[in-house]
Design a protein around this ligand. Sequence first.
Ligand SMILES: Nc1ncnc2c1ncn2[C@@H]1O[C@H](COP(=O)(O)OP(=O)(O)OP(=O)(O)O)[C@@H](O)[C@H]1O
Ligand SMILES: [Mg+2]
Length: 296
Amino acid sequence: MENKSYIQADDLVKVFRLGSVEVQALRGLSMWVDKGEMVAIVGASGSGKTTLLNILGGITRATAGNTVVAGYDVTNANPVQLVALRREIVGHIFQELNLIPTLTAYENVELPMLAAKTDGSTRKARVENLLNIVGLADRMKHKPDELSGGERQRVAIAAAIANDPKVLLCDEPTGDLDTETGAIIVEYLHKVNKEFGKTVLMVTHDPSIARQCDRIYRIRDGQIISVQSPTQDDQMGATSRVDVVRERLTEIKDEIARLDEQAKAGTIDLGTFAGRRTALSDRQKMFEEELHRLGM
Ligand SMILES: Nc1ncnc2c1ncn2[C@@H]1O[C@H](COP(=O)(O)OP(=O)(O)OP(=O)(O)O)[C@@H](O)[C@H]1O
Ligand SMILES: [Mg+2]
């Protein structure tokens, strides 16, 4: 495994088959992350971001290509090794959070440690410490539906780092949150990265959050189309960023047009349409504001 980065994906292909329909979610995607980096992944809905994270996290198997995470050969791991990978190497915050609704915040954070057979007193101390770190010491007995969206997200962070993983995979950790709450979550993730030394890979739609990361990978149609370092960009001046934001706006507008077409053709149900249309409009607004900020 010489010359390998801490996280490395080479030529990943993922084909989903639903009956006779094939979806090529990843089409030869390659990327890497160094130890201790905090890296963002951005890209349109359906571009393959969650699929990539799930392959790195040992949940989904790639159709082709190679994956190494913290020296762990994910590609050739057997099911038992994949369980170990998920238990010991990676913490994963899912787009749908995956908190257990019947368990309290305390129990949700404790669960991964029970799976890892951590002893009782260590467990108790660690759950309390973790909930303290994410500012939820006074919410331990609350169940997910008795917590706010931002609080649930913090429980998910605490649970994801419960077994002291080397790598933290976060899928839209600020997805449904308002800007202020989102900023708090990102602050916690920075803390996990800088103070606890975890390598963090985060999917986000928010350009200002992506810019706080060491590097930004942009995915389109299952491939990486660009890699940026925000700090280098700052040296290059704002023009290149304007181009990137403009490109994103065009992508979003295309996506809205495609969605409207689907609605007209009746190939999408109205609930799904309304949800996605609103999300896209919000994102469009966000990028337009970003252009303003850049003086355009
Ligand atoms: N289990 C599955 N079976 C079939 N198709 C799938 C499956 N999971 C994902 N896909 C398809 O693969 C493509 C990539 O999906 P993915 O979830 O990776 O996108 P994404 O970039 O995370 O999107 P979003 O921003 O909406 O979360 C999509 O076209 C999706 O419909
Ligand atoms: Mg996704």
